[in-house]
Design a protein around this ligand. Sequence first.
Ligand code: PLP
Length: 458
Amino acid sequence: MSKFKVPYKIYLDESEIPSSWYNVRADMKNKPAPLIHPATLKPLTFEEMRPIFCDELIRQELDETTAYIPIPEEILNFYKMYRPSPLTHAVFLEELLDTPAHIFYKFEGNNTSGSHKLNSAIAQAYYAKKQGLKGVTTETGAGQWGTALAMACSFFRLECKVYMVRVSYEQKPFRREVMRTYGASVTPSPSMDTAIGRKINAEHPNTTGSLGCAISEAVEVATSTEGYRYVLGSVLNQVLLHQSVIGLETKAACKKYGIKPDIIIGCAGGGSNLGGLISPFMGEKLRGEADYRFIAVEPASCPSFTRGKFAYDFCDTGKVCPMAKMYTLGHDFIPSANHAGGLRYHGMSSILSQLYHDGLMEARAVEQTSVFEAAEMFARVEGILPAPESSHAIRVAIDEALKCKETGEEKTIIIGLTGTGYFDMLAYEKYNNGTMTDYIPTDDDLAKGFAAIPNVNL
Ligand SMILES: *Cc1c(COP(=O)(O)O)cnc(C)c1O
């Protein structure tokens, strides 16, 4: 493929936004393990999930047979505000690397929340509204998910209570204020509003909080407040389903210009963007119609896939949530204090965990200084300032493109570029000042997290 056979940016038409989401579970022979109740160890039923999640979202969570689920018109209309997102041919990066590889990226950062998370936030807010609920609660780390949910809730006039990891609440005021601008209430976690927050504060008086702890608080508030439910921005099957809009658009753009990807690379925190990006391609692979390599990229300081255990574990520190079978570092795991690049969740989507376990996907762990090096290379030639999370995928794409330079292979690589890095300048500042360091947890460090994983053999 010569450089100019395809446009630099491939824009789809508004009418080419997919009209259904694709549910990869329908094509998986080994289905992902179900969420189970921590007391009974039985798969959670629809009725058991109703106090926590919205009804229609539970149906989507449990549906492992319907391949295509229509996107309601109200959600499609909202998607039109910022979709389709372009697939860009990274010609300037190819030139810089002097590689025969063809590199493309799907950029999801062109909306105010700055990431792909809005794709699922708007769906979840829609189903909550349709059920006649008053509001939703959630947790947020650095604030991308909280921001996306705040935007979605304000669109459908729903209340939105966000529990924000305390260290981010204090150190990252900008996203906090975006959320409040869209009408959300934002509380630093652990707070004194909830039983679990008071317990964690009493046991760890100076804690700066964690995602797992904020989840526990948000679930407690949702289940104890009339007309409220809890929503989650990653990990769950329903979130990967909504994010399939990324992969479906990518596939449509590829089809338009005869692009045949060899390798598809995405960063993995809880697995939603990667799951969404690869789903339609994975479907082809599962049905034996095509073959692709998929690479999940994670921080070396939070290596769920590459060093975690495939086991049932709690989704949150406070153990108020159901248990999921996934690659996990243990629900108590918190990355070392110098970790700056996001993707800090201890577990991973059950769908991706199963696919990885079955050898259908690869995973790589990368150190943060090399991630920021890749981010700066990319920004300087392609213009977009990437989110640190997205830059994990850029790192591995660059490594793969450099391998092609060695071998002379003309591979086609697609990167999931999940978001913008505008709100991550404290991390960039550390890198620019030369004060960013890498820490790879030792086996002993990880053993502490593994020790807390419950002994469930199903
Ligand atoms: C949240 C986030 C991620 C990681 O979440 P996944 O569920 O693994 O996709 C990646 N990139 C950006 C920009 C994010 O905001």
